[in-house]
Design a protein around this ligand. Structure first.
Ligand SMILES: [Zn+2]
Length: 149
């Protein structure tokens, strides 16, 4: 059963125990990490997340997909350039730096939980989008106005 309302606050332990699944849209404008990075933040990110436990490694895991069409500034012609971002996530909540290092070795991306054991969806997704934005965004050469004579 997939829940179509994304939780803004994530409780990994409880969600993993209940094997929760979510899929829904998150407005890009709600992601503070993207402030100043996008030409336009009017779109939405499609987020799907599954919570489970990796029993062999005794880890809570959050796996899923993230898709968004984002508008960046082309570094050749300086016109807006649409980038289709699509990535998979494999997170595991970490209690501290040592735990995070271990999680990394176990093949997951560590995400730091707060003192209350919770994660904030908008922070997680914002950071993940930032990680996946091309360093030098640019149109394909045949679509870039810089090359039109
Ligand atoms: Zn261009």
């Amino acid at each position: 059963m997939i829940d179509t309302t994304l939780p803004m606050i994530i409780y990994p332990q409880r969600f993993a125990k209940e094997r929760r699944q979510f899929e829904g849209y998150l407005p890009l404008a709600s992601l503070n990490a993207l402030d100043g990075l996008l030409v336009d933040n009017g779109g939405e990110a499609l987020v799907s997340l599954q919570f489970d436990v990796d029993r062999t490694q005794n880890r809570i895991i959050i796996t899923g997909q993230l898709q968004a069409e984002i508008l960046l500034c082309c570094q050749r012609c300086l016109e807006p350039c649409c980038f289709a971002l699509k990535t998979t996530v494999q997170w595991s909540p970490a209690a501290d730096e040592d735990d995070a290092a271990l999680i990394d070795l176990q093949g997951y991306a560590p995400v730091m939980v707060g003192e209350d054991g919770a994660l904030h969806l908008s922070e997680l997704i914002g950071a993940e989008i930032v990680l996946n934005i091309p360093i030098v965004p640019a149109h394909n050469v045949n679509e870039c106005s810089f090359n039109i004579n």
